[in-house]
Design a protein around this ligand. Sequence first.
Ligand code: UTP
Length: 356
Amino acid sequence: MKTEVTPVATLRLDEFNMKRDTFRRAGLEAIDRGEVALLLLAGGMGTRLGYDGPKGTYPIEADKSIFACLFDNLREEIGDRSIPFFVMTSDKNDEATRAFFEEKNYFGYDPSQICFYRQEMAQATDFDGAPLYEDVNVPATSPNGNGGFFKSLIKAGYRKKLEGVRWLNVFGVDNVLAKIADPEFIGALICEGKHAGVKAVMKTGPDEKVGVVCARNGRPSVIDYTQMTEEMCNERDKDGNLVYAAGVTVNYLFDTSILLSTLNEGLPVHKVEKKIPYLSDIHGRPWRLGSEPGEHIEPTEPNGYKYEIMITDLIEDFPDFLPVEVEREKEFAPVKNLHGVDSVDSARELLKRNGK
Ligand code: UTP
């Protein structure tokens, strides 16, 4: 069957601003009834940043880590309330992440509300699909993408902790301006009768490389910029606005009852070309079971695939999905690279501009 991609309406800033007080009230009531929990996606490898440690521990200011920024942002939203705060790590960074939280005294947050768990790992391969090894008999593995956050959470035994929690605010580790547990965002979904939503930044132009919200055969979805045709990128409405313009940030709200109903469903696995450190044999080829080990290689170009499931695929399981426009300058400062676009440099500049 041919997939039909169609636009989805965004809750634009002007409308949001008009309803802000109502949203705020509804969101705070939900928080005070214990219906909201946070889930920090901190299992990624952060390879583009090239920092030797969990990305959240990166000192974005001389004396302030990315994690510390996120907790400051949280306090701005909910004051001294405390709600469950899940932290998804991976085998690669779990111990270092936990140790950092402890060393920093859980950033002043109630430690009994902070629940760590590990996501699953996936075997990396070369371009022919043969497994790579990081050491003799040790497969090269990497975190299996952020799409499995809920399955791993339940597998880790946190179902009980979710009782009464209607909204899970799932957010990435790297946006230092992210407003989390934002009552106005939560209230917007409640008041508009939606079951899932995302904070969206409107595209600056047709060519910006960001995934945007759309519908596929009527189901809510996110389309990657690589899949968008020239025509879609440039399509405008009667007011001259781009039709496919709601760029997703990693700040989602999900109705947990629907997340629970998706547990038995599989998500597509994406092959992603990456630089994968591996052990060679004595001939310089990737080491295979039974061969003579050579040396450890740090490739400078992609040499194989990692296998990932993505949070954006989960959205199709929801009956609706509301993109809520945010002010880019105030809420979007992702740290992906050291310099240039979406970098430590640009995030520092944005923090300063926001008086943080
Ligand atoms: P990114 O794709 O930007 O993060 O994920 P990354 O994979 O860590 O970065 P690069 O590409 O290697 O530089 C967005 C969010 O999803 C989390 C990340 O930690 C980040 O918060 N994530 C990603 C996971 O929690 N697990 C994963 O397996 C992948």
